[in-house]
Design a protein around this ligand. Structure first.
Ligand code: BGC
Length: 253
């Protein structure tokens, strides 16, 4: 049994996933537990699921929790793919109360920021140099921006306007599924999105993650942009691992 353990929960628009994490290796310890996100995804309903997951593992230490939202000092400021009643809510306080924890033992952060933190700690070392943008393609598009490994939180690059549309509505993995697009057709949209983004932020590297990165060989080679693109190393568990790391280290935002 490893000494350096943590616990992370990744709340998404379709599923809530939690697991014990080995914080030396950046890997899950045993299986993760996934429960469908309740509909509607109100704070109370989601907090019940989070409590079930923590109880399932019998975990009594600090907990890192992600939301698909801008998070400032524990308070959700947006809610793109979850119930709007999260906006303005102190999510950190809600979970701390529901889980019987001190507020300092619950780290709340944006889901893509968590995934990015995991990549910085446990992924390709090349990602720790220069300006690096991690993008997660799922229900929406999440983003995490780093300069030499330091996070600039809450960037929300999934919502830049591309050709008159909110970018994630056209280029998220959900758009591919909902519109029945082939990988090459969807890759064209991702290519257009990344071109607009690279012209705004001039990164040294893009890291692409989210569930669709498991099939990255079908679309990443089709991208034709200035910035190098690599696939996330931690794939779908990056949010859980990053959340657990944030809980262990404490968060400053
Ligand atoms: C939200 C982000 C989130 C991303 C991925 C977007 O719609 O605005 O906060 O990181 O989806 O879940």
């Amino acid at each position: 049994m490893t000494a350096n353990r943590g616990f992370g929960i990744d709340i998404g628009g379709s599923g809530i996933k939690g697991a014990l994490v080995d914080l030396d290796k950046g890997e899950l310890i045993g299986d993760r537990l996934r429960i469908d996100t309740p509909k509607p995804s109100t704070p109370e309903a989601v907090a019940d699921v989070v409590a079930r997951i923590v109880e399932h593992f019998g975990w009594d230490g600090p907990v890192g929790i992600t939301l698909p939202a801008v998070i400032k000092k524990g308070v959700a400021q947006t809610a793109a793919n979850i119930d709007p009643s999260w906006i303005g809510l102190d999510a950190g306080a809600l979970f701390a109360e529901r889980l019987g924890r001190d507020i300092g033992d619950v780290a709340m952060l944006n889901d893509a920021d968590a995934a990015g933190m995991a990549e910085m700690r446990f992924g390709d070392p090349a990602a720790r140099k220069g300006v690096v943008a991690l993008l997660t393609f799922g229900t929406g598009i999440g983003s995490a921006l780093f300069q030499n490994g330091s996070l600039m939180p809450n960037t929300e690059f999934g919502h830049i306007e591309v050709d008159g549309h909110d970018a994630e509505k056209k280029a998220a993995a959900s758009a591919k599924d909902n519109e029945g697009l082939s990988y090459p057709d969807w890759a064209k949209r991702v290519n257009r999105y990344l071109t607009v983004l690279e012209n705004l932020i001039w990164p040294d590297l893009f890291i692409v993650g989210g569930g669709v990165s498991k099939k990255s060989h079908k679309w990443v080679p089709l991208l034709d942009i200035r910035t190098p693109v690599i696939t996330a190393s931690l794939l779908n568990n990056a949010g859980i691992v990053g959340a657990a790391a944030a809980a262990k280290e404490g968060l400053s935002h």
